[in-house]
Write a protein that binds this ligand. Structure first.
Ligand SMILES: NC(=O)c1ccc[n+]([C@@H]2O[C@H](COP(=O)([O-])OP(=O)(O)OC[C@H]3O[C@@H](n4cnc5c(N)ncnc54)[C@H](OP(=O)(O)O)[C@@H]3O)[C@@H](O)[C@H]2O)c1
Length: 324
């Protein structure tokens, strides 16, 4: 018998229930994993609230975790009992003490990266890699707008963009988050709850606008981000922390021959080769100090609801992890 957070119906954080579950034996192609640290993502709140209907209910939410291999199913030769692994699973199951996992999703963790660090930064680092290198290739000297820059993805995005040599205009909700964005290397920081970020970006770029706007905030910022683009600039909408983006008129893109993309990390890591290559790039970036694990909040797994409350109240900085 093991325990897990089970979602039986969508709704508020109180729908995250702590229940007994049966994990069972690893079948062919599977590993049984005992989790050591579980990453919390804004995605998990979309699933819990019902904005995303991607988890079959009742189900165990959670898309990433670190753990130890407890049992190896038939036909799996790459792992042995006791291996330390990390995974991302778009089919969920992460908010649990233990689970069965398709071995093809497991990635071996470098010794230099602790279990907690891996759970806090791997998915966020992969996302930054996707946004800066795969969705569009960021070049030294480009001007970027990055919203929610003190958040978990935001911090890695700012640090990696600066490493490439881009200039970064960051937006954040509070003065203490502004400090964090500056520590990550942001050249300019806008308190977007107090200041009009569209006006400030126009001032800071002398009217030229930015080459790319990285917008995970969604509803509240989407149209403003479009206005911040320079000629041929791209709006990369990769999240919706403030709510889903409303339908918009494509003709808005003709203002400066702009484009909008809406990438999803799962699509960029859907085959083993891409997953391993992007994980290697992220682990290398961590080891080189390009991006840094920043755990803002550790919550016992049984109290996962506290983690969701904190994320949705905008009170977190850096990553939130659950400890089984
Ligand atoms: N497309 C992908 O594949 C992908 C992958 C990973 C993450 N994401 C997206 O990236 C975003 C960041 O994820 P994360 O896990 O790192 O979370 P996070 O950025 O640490 O937390 C969300 C932040 O968004 C800002 N925010 C603005 N309006 C908000 C509102 N109404 N309610 C709550 N927060 C609001 C807050 O920062 P301020 O106080 O500074 O405004 C908040 O701290 C999410 O939108 C997530 O869905 C997408």
């Amino acid at each position: 018998m093991s325990r897990a957070i089970v979602l039986r119906e969508t709704g508020g954080p109180d729908k995250l229930l702590w229940e007994n579950i049966e994990v069972g034996e690893a079948r062919a192609g599977e590993l049984r994993i005992r989790h050591t640290a579980i990453g919390v993502n804004f995605h998990d709140t979309y699933v819990r609230s019902g904005l995303y209907r991607t988890l079959t209910l009742p189900g165990i939410p959670g898309i990433e975790a670190t753990g130890i291999v407890e049992q190896v199913g038939a036909g799996v030769s790459e792992f042995v009992r006791g291996d330390r692994i990390y995974y991302i699973d778009e089919s969920y199951g992460g908010y649990a003490e233990a689970r069965l996992l398709p071995a093809r999703l497991a990635i071996r963790l470098p010794d230099s990266i602790s279990d907690e660090a891996a759970a806090s930064i791997t998915l966020k680092g992969l996302t930054a890699d996707m946004l800066l290198h795969h969705v569009r290739r960021t070049r030294s000297g480009e001007m970027l707008l990055i919203h929610a820059a003190a958040g978990a993805v935001g911090q890695s995005l700012v640090r990696w963009a600066k490493h490439i040599g881009a200039s970064v205009i960051a937006t954040v909700g509070t003065p203490s988050k502004a400090e964090i964005a500056r520590e990550c290397g942001a050249d300019h920081v806008i308190l977007y709850r107090q200041e009009d970020f569209v006006e400030r970006v126009a001032q800071l770029t002398a009217g030229r606008g930015v080459d790319a706007a990285y917008d995970s905030v969604g509803a509240d910022t989407f149209l403003g981000s479009l206005e911040c683009l320079g000629y041929f600039g791209t709006l990369v909408n990769f999240g919706q922390s403030s709510g889903a983006v409303a339908p918009f008129s494509v003709s808005l893109l003709s203002r400066r021959s702009n484009s909008v993309v809406r990438p999803l990390l799962f699509h960029y890591i859907r085959d083993r080769v891409s997953l391993q290559a992007m994980a290697d790039a992220t682990f290398a970036a961590i080891e080189a100090g390009v991006i840094k694990p920043q755990i803002g909040l550790r919550v016992p797994l049984a109290e996962a609801r506290e983690a969701h409350l904190a994320l949705e109240s905008r009170s977190t900085t850096g990553a939130v992890i659950l400890l089984p």
